[in-house]
Write a protein that binds this ligand. Structure first.
Ligand SMILES: CC(C)(COP(=O)(O)OP(=O)(O)OC[C@H]1O[C@@H](n2cnc3c(N)ncnc32)[C@H](O)[C@@H]1OP(=O)(O)O)[C@@H](O)C(=O)NCCC(=O)NCCS
Length: 189
């Protein structure tokens, strides 16, 4: 039995963003983001060889949603034609927790948009999905990610080395009772 089988994709909004289901029109923008070597390194993601990887990204994203394994949103910003990034909840097998991940296109870094999207998804995870915990991992040198997680109230769990690339990484968790308070208390970015 899949943990979080959803019938309809949950569209979310924030003051500056619409979080919606990924579609074919996102493939080129996804490929551009994924091909940014520094961004991929910070996110711990592989750099795709060619745009056919974008078709596979979309198919996998849709399949994981259909199977109740993850929700991955594309992020639209008013006045910007392409999606500016993605944000993802990947569910644990017990359906009580999910891992949070996010990637924004470089042109949109540093405007508080990552914080804004993450806060809304954490709110959704606790208030709508009633998860007990949201977890996150970040490369230790990823200051922006660490800052977003700290602002939302995530607590450091442990440091570890990613065996795939030797990177120093940090693992975090946010429990429902703390997370609801932190996401409600934060001012708009
Ligand atoms: C991580 C990422 C999504 C952040 O999004 P963003 O919209 O640029 O983040 P925000 O503008 O909301 O800023 C987050 C915080 O980090 C701080 N920050 C950003 N860059 C920083 C840096 N190099 N050093 C220290 N702090 C930094 C910001 O000042 C902000 O803190 P503040 O609100 O207290 O001022 C974006 O940088 C990204 O996509 N990076 C590449 C992929 C990636 O790393 N994904 C995350 C994997 S865990």
């Amino acid at each position: 039995m899949p943990p979080m089988k959803a019938v309809r994709f949950p569209r979310l909004t924030t003051p500056r963003l619409v979080l919606r289901a990924p579609s074919e029109r996102d493939i080129a923008a996804w490929f551009a983001r994924a091909s940014d070597v520094e961004s991929a390194s910070l996110a711990g993601d592989p750099v795709p060889d060619d745009i056919s990887a974008g078709e596979r990204w979309l198919a996998r994203s849709r399949q994981r949603f259909a199977d109740g394994k993850a929700i991955q949103w594309s992020l639209d910003q008013a006045g910007v034609s392409d999606a500016i990034g993605t944000i993802t909840l990947s569910f644990a097998t017990d359906a009580k927790a999910a891992a949070l991940g996010f990637v924004l296109a470089r042109a949109h870094w540093g405007q508080g948009l990552g914080s804004e999207a993450a806060r809304e998804v954490v709110r959704y995870a606790f208030e709508t999905l009633a998860l007990e915990q949201v977890t996150a991992e970040a490369v230790a040198r990823n200051s922006a990610s660490l800052r977003i997680l700290a602002k939302l109230g995530f607590k450091h769990i442990e440091s570890f080395i990613d065996e795939a690339d030797g990177e120093h990484c940090e693992r975090f968790a946010l429990d429902a009772d703390v997370g609801s308070l932190a996401s409600n208390a934060m001012p708009d970015c």
